[in-house]
Unconditional design. Structure first.
Lengths: 214, 214
DNA sequence: GGTCGGCTCAGGGTTGGCCCTGAGCGGCAT
DNA sequence: ATGCCGCTCAGGGCCAACCCTGAGCCGACC
């Protein structure tokens, strides 16, 4: 057991942490604990564990906040959500944030140890019921967004053309809509694709929808 | 080994089936095989296996078609997709249809046996790389739906072409992907647009996304 | 056996997307 | 004033998208 999996526990209840530690401590190397978001990010970024056992509900934020914080710190690790909650939205939220697994605290300790090992090796793991949630959740989701970095590469006119292009307008329609010539539209379109390093309007449509620009 | 997991193999290559059977036969109970969609549905609905090992690409349809067929027959079982493909869309498609796992044929036999056991117990299982696909897909997907009204206007092949078209594949890519000529793709594409009374692929993309077909 | 529908392919055509080059015009800054 | 930049346009070229027609193969149905 020389190279055990290094684990950090994040849970706001000390009782839970010590319980988990005593259940899995013989099989993994618990290198740190935390009871809130700030502390979790700090411990994780200093200890650099293989796996983080992460409670979904925390003071000062929640599970996703921890994951985001660690990501922003440039640290790569695997998160396994460990929660009393089996509410679909908690599961989805933490998976979206980047957790690679989700088990409830009802899990047997041997199973938890196995789950940690699997997550550490890059696998995904879910409690049976939760697997259903996650997979079924492919039945209806729309996510995130933020600001626009490379959008500034485009001039005002180019952005205007870009939006209409992404929306599926033909060059001719677009030209009459902006009351410019088709040739001008082509020029702008070409510039847009070049600046965004895209090769055709389908990619542009995906690019724009990903960024909620249309 | 009295109550082994009962498994049905679905793959269009006899060689693959016998190979898999010899690799896992000592650990699970292979109660049936099939090499196309129809046969698969029949074997599964009569044998009622615990787990179906399902190839994604089949004559007469594909993996999702088998899952749908079995569901419509009112039979509950667990599907584990076993494919050479690790294309994200294949993974997503079969997961959407209801598969509880997806592994590639590069898997070691011991791992496959373990995967079958986990799926049988209701767990979800993915090859490490594919776990990434599935979970990352939460970062930008729009899925499923219910039934299809005018979708029945399209033949099976046309639906296949339609999905890829709507997804933005060029005719040439689509042709090599389906291993048919570009001319055949054109013919199908033309039929699709005519039958759906659409005039180009942008409208098709919108049509398909509205109906959550892609 | 004949018919019909689905899948496959071909020839030959028009239109549109996309690129490159080149160029005139107006604002704005060094 | 000279030059950069954004907006406008044109010519000319390539290729992909889309259409129509026609045709061979095969399995299903009558």
């Amino acid at each position: 057991m020389t190279d055990q999996v290094r684990v950090v526990l994040v849970d706001d209840h000390a009782l839970v942490r010590s319980g988990v530690r005593s259940e899995i401590g013989h099989a993994v190397d618990v290198v740190g604990e935390a009871d809130d978001v700030e502390g979790a990010v700090e411990v994780i970024t200093t200890q650099l564990p293989d796996v983080v056992l992460l409670d979904v509900h925390l003071p000062g934020g929640n599970g996703p906040a921890v994951i985001d914080g660690v990501r922003k710190a440039g640290v790569e690790t695997c998160f396994l959500a460990l929660s009393v909650s089996d509410a679909a939205e908690d599961v989805i939220a933490v998976i979206r944030a980047g957790a690679r697994g989700y088990v409830t605290k009802a899990i047997a300790s041997a199973d938890l140890i196995a789950a940690i090992g699997r997550v550490a090796s890059g696998d995904a793991v879910f409690s049976p019921r939760l697997a259903g949630f996650v997979l079924d959740a492919f039945a209806g989701e729309i996510p995130t967004s933020d600001v626009d970095p490379e959008l500034d590469l485009l001039t005002a006119r180019e952005q205007e053309v870009m939006r209409l292009l992404a929306r599926g307008y033909a060059y001719k329609e677009l030209a009459s809509r902006l009351t410019i010539s088709v040739k001008t539209v082509e020029t702008h379109a070409s510039s847009v694709l070049r600046k965004l390093q895209l090769s055709n309007r389908h990619q542009l449509t995906r690019w724009a929808t990903d960024r909620r620009l249309i």
